[in-house]
Design a protein around this ligand. Structure first.
Ligand code: SF4
Ligand code: SF4
Length: 194
């Protein structure tokens, strides 16, 4: 069923927009004077004085990255580059390195000599976390990068990433893989084949 829509008459007042623009300015002016002179608790200002004031984030907020630890304090990361490969913003830089020959992990897995995330380029998609086979990188810190006017402050290196705890205060995560030294370790490494 069709409806007939009555259009407003095109009077001079409507065509000139003066009346409607004046109504809008009156609303804006009323808000301005109210928020300027009213007590803080009665103010209708939606913004806050960030970064001095911060809002509480919801439980589901993930937050900035962290690199998790093993029980000996070394990084859980094995420098496999899965996260940097999956990263659509290409903001992860990793320099893999070998453990020392006397380390049981030598010839089995590597560690990141350098691990850098440019938090300004990051789009916080979480693909790096999904891609990691070792639970070595997480976004469960519940905090964001502190405000700064220095670009360098947003370049998080390995030390910074390892210094941030999870929301629950934890640093260590379990590795789902068999590590050298575990009773379940099958004894396979790059020298002895698959
Ligand atoms: S959250 Fe996304 S954009 Fe940020 S580092 Fe991880 S994969 Fe890259
Ligand atoms: S954080 Fe995970 S995915 Fe990234 S290099 Fe380390 S082990 Fe691989």
């Amino acid at each position: 069923m069709a409806y007939k829509i009555n259009k407003p008459a095109r009077t001079l007042a409507v065509q000139s927009y003066v009346v409607e623009a004046t109504k809008g300015l009156m609303i804006t002016g009323a808000r301005f004077f109210h928020n300027t002179f009213a007590k803080a608790e009665n103010s209708k200002i939606a913004t806050i004085r960030y970064p001095e004031e911060v809002r509480e984030y919801p439980e589901r907020f993930r937050g900035v990255h962290r690199l998790t630890h093993r029980t000996d304090g070394s990084p859980r990361c094995v420098a496999c580059l899965c996260c940097s490969t999956a990263c659509p913003a290409q903001c992860i830089y990793i320099e893999p390195a070998e453990y020392a020959p006397e380390d049981p992990r030598y010839g089995y897995e590597r560690y990141p000599r350098a691990f850098v995330i440019d938090e300004l380029r990051c789009i916080f998609c979480g693909y790096c976390v999904e891609a990691c086979p070792c639970d070595a990188i997480r976004m469960d810190t519940g905090t964001h990068v502190p405000a700064s006017t220095e670009r360098a402050h947003f370049i998080f290196d390995k030390e910074i990433l390892m210094s941030i705890p999870g929301r629950d205060g934890s640093y260590v995560t379990e590795n789902p893989r068999h590590e050298p030294g575990d009773p379940s370790f099958p004894g396979i490494d790059r020298k002895h084949g698959h």
